[in-house]
Design a protein around this ligand. Sequence first.
Ligand SMILES: *Cc1c(COP(=O)(O)O)cnc(C)c1O
Length: 372
Amino acid sequence: MNIPLVDLKAQYQTISSDIDQAIRRVIDNTSFIMGKEVEAFESAFAAYCQAECAIGVASGTAALHLALRACGVGPGDEVITTSHTFIATAEAITHTGARPVFVDIDPRTYTLDPVGIEAAITEQTRAIIPVHLYGQPADMDPILKIAREHDLRVVEDAAQAHGAEYKGRRVGTLGDVACFSFYPGKNLGAYGDAGAVTTDDPEITNQVRLLRNHGRRQKYEHLIEGHGERLDALQAAILDAKLQHLESWTDARRSLADHYRACLADDGNIILPFEAAGVRHVYHLFVIQIPSRDQVFSSLREDGIGVGIHYPIPLHLQPAYRYLGIGAGSFPVTETCASRVLSLPLYPEMTMEQATWIAERVRFHVEQNSVS
Ligand SMILES: *Cc1c(COP(=O)(O)O)cnc(C)c1O
């Protein structure tokens, strides 16, 4: 058997006529930039997130960058986030001219630990970016409380968490503004790069709309200097077609996650994902922790199982962030996770039998590596 980490072809096969029609429609209309395809997706996605507004942009990275700029973050400022995330979270901060300031993560949810925030706040701090990592919302109440006390903006990185919920509310409306990626492998994925910003704040909405399109209010009138970071009409049409299926895909992910749990006992050799109380985890990734990760990873690959590691090197230890001067040992929880996390294949079209077999192989290799 050969099971990839994600299988985009399997998904296309289930919806090919919808997708083909959407693409055909855009080509027939030759309206490739902005226009009604983009508007239709924006309102559908805003409704899905229970947000006032969604603004389509070119990628998740662009969403984060423009959201931060719209919040007034710029040169000399500091933005607090975690080091256990995809590099785009931190790059977006640097793109504005601000500096990323990392804090450690909670050992069970892998999201920003509110306990570390206050100590990281300085005169320069302007915003906090909690990352809803692997599909689980960060613990937003304490984060929002600290943000209110210190007059900081909260920008959700929801790139991995479309449809996730925190205390009955969808991500995308929990902070001041939220950022989504529609990179092909994400829970809602385009056929190329795409992203969105969601918010209830009309001021942020206006700013992001200006910023994504060269600061343009109307043709040849530019209020500010912006960026070329619009969402393509082709991607919007594809995303709109796929959005109709997102809830059933999320249900399938959650059922597969339950099945993995049932097959893999949390016995000290394997640590299973923790779903916090009051949260709907959408399992962008099913991430376990095992002390003998590197050996088990290679053995599973040899079995034909497309395991991944998200993420093997924390941002503060990446060559790209050496200039921040943060040494090893600075964020112990993050660093331990980086050495132990392992992502198992999970996509809506995967079968329970496949998950059963993967779990068997995981148990087998973990046992092999704990005796020797
Ligand atoms: C994917 C991702 C991004 C960036 O999204 P792109 O669409 O690839 O630019 C940002 N943050 C996190 C946590 C992600 O997983």
